[in-house]
Write a protein that binds this ligand. Structure first.
Ligand code: CTP
Length: 445
């Protein structure tokens, strides 16, 4: 019996896939089809896959060509599969010519002519219209958004806004963005969605106005300084079918989700303590070090350090307490937030003028998770147990500076695909706004 194997994502199943499978089957007697997991696709930079793995497997099954369907989830698996299943022929479309020649030492490799003029990428383009995004605020983070958005399909950066028209113009020229404006309403007319990266105190107003004008919003944190304001924004977005996402980058990084899911699956027992620290020494004349009202450590890093706390211990904390070191002008240099829950506790440490170990430790009744700096990008984490010789190390995929995952989720949500909505729910974002409100109330004035 001649065994044939082929692999693919099979997203938005199309004629090209069908024909490939048909010809692959005809090469032998038994066809094995490997369908990629979401994780593996993310690792390969395919962040916009629409169909779930179950749907993609089902579509392959329905063709009737596959005698066996397996899941592909890691590099190097093809060699393992070929040996494990005793495969005679590996085949794939001609777009991959040469890429899989290294498999020739294990079996025959056949590149089948690709069906012209059709691909999942094209189907995605036809199915979803390009989202025109406008950037509010042309400061330090905006260029990072632009360079990472290039890796996400279905997005076009159409316009920039800065109340100072000239700054908007200079920024648009520098980054090859077709339009700019110093008038917010005029700017909004030119876009479907906005990314808000302006100073902290302006986020809420810009977000609210954008929503009221029917635009989707990706807003840098904190989107609001009070629970009520945050609730209002999320409620308005929900009632009007608009997407509102707070740009807490960590929440959308694949490794962070893996860490949270692993902890929630009970691997370290019941979670009793979460400690997260993020410090970055800011320039003396930076906004973080000079703006006593809206700069400082907590407002800079609090969303990151509270994220694992809220995700793992929930929104229902019993008590909260802040300790801050201020400078002579009342700028928050270092803030610790203590949260207590029923039978659990948490600590968030944030610094712009105090340096500490930037780690995340999640302690449970059976073991603990340690994610070293920069845990907020979650490139690595370890699971430790009482038996110190037993350590599990995870090195999840992470590409670029992580922004692309958040942008990709934003675009997917706008297109009605909300498979990642759980990564930062409205309830969690509102709970973070509540903590921000508590911080602002007790803050030295
Ligand atoms: N394929 C093909 N003809 C096409 C498109 C895909 O023969 N027009 C083949 C690929 O070469 C591969 C298999 O179908 O062997 C699965 O490909 P996949 O990457 O899932 O599909 P694409 O449409 O190429 O996806 P994308 O546009 O996301 O790269």
């Amino acid at each position: 019996m001649k065994k044939v194997i082929t692999y693919g994502t099979y997203d938005l199943f199309h004629e090209g896939h069908y024909k490939l499978l048909q010809r692959a089957k005809a090469l032998g007697d038994y066809l094995i089809v490997g369908v990629t997991t979401e994780h593996f696709d993310e690792a390969r930079g395919k962040v916009n896959v629409v169909d779930s793995i179950m749907d993609r497997i089902e579509n392959v099954r329905k063709t009737g060509f596959a005698d066996e369907i397996i899941v592909e989830d890691h590099d190097g698996q093809k060699i393992e599969d070929i040996q494990r299943y005793g495969v005679d022929i590996f085949t794939v479309g001609s777009d991959w010519i040469g890429t899989f020649d290294y498999l020739k030492q294990f079996c025959e490799v056949v590149y089948l002519e690709r069906t012209p003029d059709i691909s999942s990428t094209l189907e995605r383009k036809n199915k979803f219209k390009i989202v025109n995004v406008g950037i509010v605020g042309t400061g330090r983070i905006a260029p990072r958004f632009i360079s990472e958005a290039k890796y996400v399909s279905g997005i076009n950066i159409a316009c920039t806004y800065n109340p100072q028209n000239q700054s908007a113009q200079a920024f648009s020229n520098r980054h090859d963005i077709p339009n700019y404006s110093g008038e917010y309403e005029e700017f909004l007319e030119q876009v479907d969605a906005v990314y808000i990266a302006s100073p902290n105190e302006t986020h809420y107003d810009y977000a609210r106005k954008a929503l009221v004008n029917g635009k989707h919003v990706l807003c840098e944190k904190p989107a609001a300084f009070t629970k009520r304001e945050a609730q209002g924004l999320y409620q308005y977005a929900m009632d009007n079918g608009l997407v509102l996402m707070e740009a807490v980058k960590t929440a959308y990084c694949p490794g962070f989700s893996q860490l949270v899911n692993m902890v929630q699956s009970g691997k370290i027992g019941k979670v009793c303590d979460v400690e997260a620290c993020f410090t970055r020494l800011a320039n003396d004349n930076s906004r973080e070090r000079t703006d006593a009202a809206y700069g400082g450590a907590f407002l800079e890093f609090g969303s990151y350090t509270l994220l694992p706390v809220i995700k793992l211990l929930g929104t229902d904390y019993k008590d909260i307490h802040f300790d801050t070191i201020y400078d002579e002008n009342g700028v928050d240099l270092y803030t610790k937030v203590y949260l207590s829950y029923d039978n659990a506790m948490a600590l968030s440490k944030n610094g712009v003028a105090v340096k500490s170990e930037g780690q995340l430790v999640v302690a449970g009744t059976k073991g603990y998770v340690l994610a070293p700096s920069p845990w907020w990008l979650t490139r690595r984490f370890e699971v430790h147990f009482e038996d110190s010789s037993k350590v599990e190390v995870y090195e999840p995929v992470f590409q670029g500076d992580g922004f692309r995952y958040e942008i990709s989720d934003f675009v997917s949500k706008i297109n009605g695909i909300d498979k990642n909505g759980y990564k930062l729910t409205a309830e969690e974002a509102i709970a973070m706004a509540e903590v921000t409100e508590a911080y602002m109330k007790q803050k030295k004035r």
